[in-house]
Design a protein around this ligand. Structure first.
Ligand code: C2E
Ligand code: CA
Ligand code: CA
Ligand code: CA
Length: 277
């Protein structure tokens, strides 16, 4: 018992130290990740549920660390947000994504909208409007082929400032979607005030759609809410046919998930597209 107690204590202590060290490692080494070409982007297809046609891709950031291997964005994005590195990383990603989308367009992938995840920090620091404009200009990508994914909490913190920036981006022709919809605030008043185009139904609800009546009810209400505001609804995390057909039967417009494709390297995406169409 004594041994146990000591082990438990030591384990607890060590793991705390390890976590702190790992965060420090991530924050330090992330600074060089761009210049060392350790960051890359994967793209996950999004489909129209009615026609089955490809309508977009979501760009997902990846970090291939030389010693640790792949580090999840769920781990390094928060670290990058807390030390400001998210700004140069997001600007790099915007440039890359627009260049890539323009290249696919030239290779015959028509009517593709590329969706990019945004961080709240980008609305507080840096010049998001200038960065977006620059990425579009240097790539030649039309603005309506770029979508920014925001979260509910981003719209509610400092909403005057966010609304101003969104209005400027909207003037350029950028689209907006609300990511992880339903997991944030239940205050829906902001849907009236912000010019969003799409609600992305969080995967936690989509996962339960076939077996959990509550999840199904939530998904149905988000779809109805989207449509009553003339917005599209997209389900993320669609993993099986049963879920896809329930979504389809409930007029969900679009879907994304492992059922159709996992996130792909840019070259893999072109192969997937050529095989798919
Ligand atoms: P998210 O935006 O909600 O992205 C969806 C996540 O679900 C992705 O994880 C994706 O790979 C995963 N996913 C897609 N389809 C399925 C499915 O059918 N089943 C399951 N179980 N998972 C699925 P990922 O790539 O690890 O990204 C995690 C989070 O990191 C993202 O959540 C997003 O919040 C953040 N993130 C990723 N890239 C960026 C970025 O470029 N900028 C910012 N600010 N955040 C990013
Ligand atoms: Ca997203
Ligand atoms: Ca999401
Ligand atoms: Ca998420």
């Amino acid at each position: 018992a004594k041994e146990d107690g000591r082990n438990t204590y030591r384990f607890y202590h060590n793991s705390m130290g390890k976590q702190g060290l790992r965060l420090l490692m991530i924050q330090t080494e992330l600074r060089e990740a761009i210049s060392k070409n350790q960051l890359f982007i994967q793209y996950q297809p999004q489909l129209d549920l009615k026609t089955g046609k490809l309508i977009g891709v979501e760009a997902l950031l990846r970090w291939n660390h030389p010693k640790e291997g792949l580090i999840s964005p769920a781990e390094f994005i928060p670290a990058a947000e807390s030390n400001g590195m998210i700004i140069p990383i997001s600007n790099w990603l915007l440039q890359e994504v627009c260049k890539q989308a323009m290249q696919w367009k030239q290779q015959g992938v028509a009517n593709l909208v590329v969706a990019v995840n945004c961080s709240a920090v980008q609305f507080r620091q840096g010049d998001l409007v200038a960065e977006v404009r620059q990425a579009l200009e240097s790539s030649g990508l039309p603005a309506h082929e770029l979508e920014l994914e925001l979260t509910e909490s981003m719209l509610l913190q400092d909403s005057e400032r966010v609304m101003k920036i969104m209005a400027q981006l909207k003037t350029l022709g950028i689209k907006f979607s609300i990511d992880d919809f339903g997991t944030g605030y239940s205050n829906m008043a902001y849907l009236k005030r912000f010019a969003v185009d799409k609600l992305k139904i969080d995967q936690s609800f989509v996962k339960g759609i076939a077996n959990n009546p509550n999840d199904k009810a939530i998904v149905q209400s988000i779809i109805a809410l989207a449509h009553s505001f003339n917005l599209k609804a997209i389900a993320e995390g669609v993993e099986d046919c049963a879920s896809a057909s329930i979504l389809s039967a409930n007029q969900c417009d679009e879907a994304q998930g492992y059922l159709y494709s996992k996130p792909l390297y840019a070259t893999e995406f072109l192969q997937w597209f050529n095989g798919y169409n």
